[in-house]
Write a protein that binds this ligand. Sequence first.
Ligand SMILES: Cc1cc2nc3c(=O)[nH]c(=O)nc-3n(C[C@H](O)[C@H](O)[C@H](O)COP(=O)(O)OP(=O)(O)OC[C@H]3O[C@@H](n4cnc5c(N)ncnc54)[C@H](O)[C@@H]3O)c2cc1C
Length: 339
Amino acid sequence: MINNRMTFENLCLRNEPLANHSSYQIGGEANFFAMPETAEELITLLQGCRTHGLDYFFCGMGSNLLFPDNPRKDTLYISLKRLVYWDITPDKWFISSGTPMSMLSIAGLMYNIPGYEFTYLLPGGLGAGIYMNAKYNHRQISDIIKTVYYVDLEDPSLSVQSIDVSQCKYGYKQSIFQMNPWLILGADMLAVPEQMDPQQANRLLNRWKDKEGMSSLASFYSYMAEEAKALQSRGIHLPAPMTQIEEYRNGKRHFEYPSCGSVFKNNYDYGVPVGALVDRLELKGKAYGGAMISPFHGNMIINTDHATAEHIKYLMNVIMEGVDKAFGFVPEPEVVVVE
Ligand SMILES: Cc1cc2nc3c(=O)[nH]c(=O)nc-3n(C[C@H](O)[C@H](O)[C@H](O)COP(=O)(O)OP(=O)(O)OC[C@H]3O[C@@H](n4cnc5c(N)ncnc54)[C@H](O)[C@@H]3O)c2cc1C
């Protein structure tokens, strides 16, 4: 059967607001935008970019990004949030990049795999989690994956390559993927469920895909909380680490306003979290345009009322200058500012 989606033109949306694909709900209209559902569609898009002389930019669910108010006309923005599939064999569990990290905590409960609790309510897809080494407290994505599959975008053949997690140069919010033009397709997990009903797994993934991924932080939260509640109705109770995560994130109002989570990486050499330094500078609640330094968490800048990328960047500069002047270092942005 011919797949009608499989031409570059069919896969591309035109004049698509990037704000619809960012947890900040910020970003102007992209001339070209695509959400491939398979690795083949992705390769078609990459080849099409070469043919049409377009640049490309990859994202997952857009929860750690600040898209530009005026996107580049000659760039194809590719979101991998619909690249959601698992490959399950008795000794292997491959999870694709678009799978929400938080779904791992649900799957961990369903299939009795401990250690995935930290991903509960962590926004974003596994691909970006691998790229950023997403973490919660002392647990990070590099703890739970075994082999990463990627495409080297400079390789003319665009063939799929793999790398063992031990070679990925993982550190605090660091990885080899930030140093190379590599597109992550997904990873084999370290743990493999003893028993997994593929149909049940597909139902889990299809429910998410039917919701078209994450349209807002609020809908992401209610979706994952519903999945957890459904497990409880089947007698699978949420372990304490997951209920604590929910309390923590709700306490910091993570899902109430559009944001990208923490804007800056913590400086472990300095030893005090950026949020606490912003608090000491009494910058919480400072507003500019439609943006505000969160009154609930000093390391978050929230979109309170139609903020633009420029509003967010202005407040980022306020924090960087304030911290530099008072504490002697410039905090490094964690958010990826897309130019
Ligand atoms: C409310 C809130 C709370 C958060 N809490 C946390 C937290 O506790 N811990 C934490 O670590 N993060 C946290 N974050 C940030 C975010 O969840 C993570 O950084 C996550 O990994 C981003 O996933 P994403 O799919 O949205 O990536 P995006 O924002 O879409 O992309 C982020 C970067 O990854 C790159 N990228 C995406 N997919 C791929 C791929 N397949 N291959 C190569 N590069 C890729 C993009 O080019 C971009 O540079 C939070 C965010 C929000 C909004």
